[in-house]
Design a binder for this molecule. Structure first.
Ligand code: ARG
Length: 404
């Protein structure tokens, strides 16, 4: 039943328990009519988004929209993260952190198109995702209201189930999952349940995109990634859209158990949390990209870039996607990628994605300088003067201060 005078909210709808219950909660507590918006960033099995769309209506949404944003996610959000080799704390490829800005952009767009009064997300008050949604909204629509029903209602999982049952809300029967999962093209995240004990080894059931080492093939598999302008454009000689390429590398690397990350993470809100990630494609592609950069980037530039990479990952992790600092670093990174082109051979085996070869027409490797054989063109006589001047400050210091 729609009421033309009721305020409207566009809810980021995942199809899970919390956002399903949130539709009714927003109506009862705030008088909102909810437009549910599900964004496909590569998390869904074929046909699943149709079920998610219907479920929102069954739970009381006045409208239910699904957007296929897989290519946009790959091209506009994952691609810059590849260029920047973005790994938070040197490990986490920013799976969820990359998807929140794109989801928020679509929430804002739909809110504007539908004349809605607010957008809403299903995040708790304990995580990073609330920050990413809300700070992105502040950047792209500073005056739009944001609702955070889960943060406000303070219900436990069991409480939410009971609340829904009392009202006959057709909540998704939990698939026995004791974990909180977030997933997209770039990887899969798992939290909660036994994983909250950082000492406990994650049970095998946590994993979906990567094989256990005991189950991986006993033969290594090789793949060749071709890059242009710092982005992978072909796999084993076949040109692929970035989205397809990531999905295929993810599948192949996952078979070999590549990309499992078990870490204690520093959340922006001050909590340390134990996180399990599966990112076979991301880990493989980043390894290849970093290696190709070693071949193609001039050393001073490479060093400067490495310093900015961890900063970049932190900025993205902390929800600052649409900020002047992030834009400025993107521009620097884009400049560095102009000559990052070539091919990288990666061997997948027993949990490792090992680079075993690389070549580039634009590479800076010069055999006549590097070789130790007859073809050597490097003038070793110049090294003597170089070393003397390089060491001069150290020598003067040692002479004046005495040696250690
Ligand atoms: N800790 C990770 C991050 O902050 C994963 C978050 C997963 N989100 C979720 N709603 N389950 O990026």
């Amino acid at each position: 039943m729609t009421d033309s005078s009721a305020p409207r909210v566009v809810l980021a709808y995942s199809g899970g328990l919390d956002t399903s219950v949130a539709i009714r909660w927003l109506a009862e507590h705030k008088g909102y009519e909810t437009i549910a918006l599900a964004i496909d960033v590569g998390q869904a099995a074929p046909g699943e988004m149709d079920r998610v769309q219907q479920r929102a209506l069954d739970c009381g949404a006045v409208e239910s929209l699904v957007v296929d944003a897989k290519d946009e996610f790959a091209d506009d959000f994952v691609a810059p993260a590849v260029a920047a080799n973005a790994l938070y704390m040197g490990k986490y490829p920013l799976v969820s952190a990359l998807s929140r800005p794109i989801i928020t952009r679509h929430l804002v767009r739909v809110a504007q198109e539908h004349g809605a009064d607010a957008i809403a997300h299903g995040c708790t008050g304990k995580g990073n995702d609330q920050v990413r949604f809300e700070v992105t909204a502040m950047a792209v629509a500073p005056d739009l209201a944001v609702e955070a029903p889960i943060r406000e209602w303070g219900l436990s999982r069991d409480g939410a189930i009971a609340w829904a049952r009392e009202r006959d809300i057709p909540i998704p029967v939990s698939k026995g999952s004791a974990y909180s999962i977030d997933e997209n093209l770039w990887g899969r995240t798992a939290e909660c349940g036994i994983l909250e004990d950082p000492w406990a080894q994650p049970p095998e059931e946590v994993y979906e995109r990567s094989a256990a080492l005991a189950e991986t093939p006993d033969e290594p598999e090789e793949l060749t990634l071709a890059f242009e302008d710092g982005l992978p454009v072909a796999l084993d000689g076949e040109k692929l859209a970035l989205r397809e390429l990531i999905a295929e590398v993810d599948r192949r690397a996952g078979r070999h158990g590549v990309g499992r990350i078990d870490m204690v993470e520093d959340r922006l809100v001050g909590i340390k949390s134990r996180e399990i990630y599966e990112c076979p494609g991301a880990v493989t592609i980043l390894a290849a990209h970093r290696d190709l950069e070693d071949l193609c980037l001039e050393q001073e530039l490479a060093q400067e870039k490495r310093g900015l990479e961890s900063r970049y990952a932190q900025i993205v992790y902390n929800g600052l996607w649409y900020t002047p600092l992030k834009r400025a670093i993107d521009a620097f990174v884009a400049e560095t990628q102009r000559f990052v082109a070539g091919e990288v051979r990666v061997q997948l085996f027993k949990g490792h994605a090992a680079v075993v070869g690389r070549r580039s027409e634009r590479g800076l490797y010069d055999l006549s300088l590097a070789t130790y054989d007859e073809a050597d063109q490097f003038d070793q006589s110049q090294a003597e003067g170089f070393v003397k001047l390089w060491g001069l400050p150290t020598k003067v210091w040692a002479q004046r201060q005495g040696h250690l």
